[in-house]
Write a protein that binds this ligand. Sequence first.
Ligand code: SF4
Length: 211
Amino acid sequence: MLKITEIFHSLQGEAAQAGLPTVFVRLTGCPLRCTYCDSAYAFTGGDWMHMDDILQEIGRHGTRHVCVTGGEPLAQKRCGLLLSRLCDAGFSVSLETSGAVDIRQADERVIRVMDLKTPDSGESDRNRWDNLAALTPRDQVKFVLCSRGDYEWARDRVAEHALAERCEVLFSPAWGEVEATDLADWILADHLPVRFQVQLHKLLWGDVPGK
Ligand code: SF4
């Protein structure tokens, strides 16, 4: 059993899979409280669902891509089993994780999109830096940036840990905090080896649950 906030069909709004029709499985609960969190409705509540029922509901949408998200999905012990079951069933599976939990729990077939929390998120002391050693070229590291200070911090971490040599690195403006054009200009001025992204689903539908 896993506690689920919602299962819905939408376009992937972020990361290298942006734009692909995807089924999202949002697991309930998160031990973090980022200042910009847009998923606070997933902190509590939710419904317990059997693994088989989750897979059946996902299959009903007829989409190849599945994104397991939260909350912090890896905070639930059986998330690793769900990820493996989805891979076994032939889905292309991605996982969105805060970076505060050991990502080795996730099946190696899964694309792990791992945040590194910046100072302005209020949760940068929760980063598990030992996760970096587990990253593969299939994975992605994402920085959500709230300010120029966050940008400089992220830029320096990319260089310090040679992140762009490990996997793809994503820089994203926190919704309503940093102008997307400013971030784009900073990345170009510094010649950073990162991918700029905006949250496509918010451009299309705004900041609403289930999209
Ligand atoms: S890790 Fe994600 S779900 Fe948890 S508080 Fe931060 S932004 Fe929200």
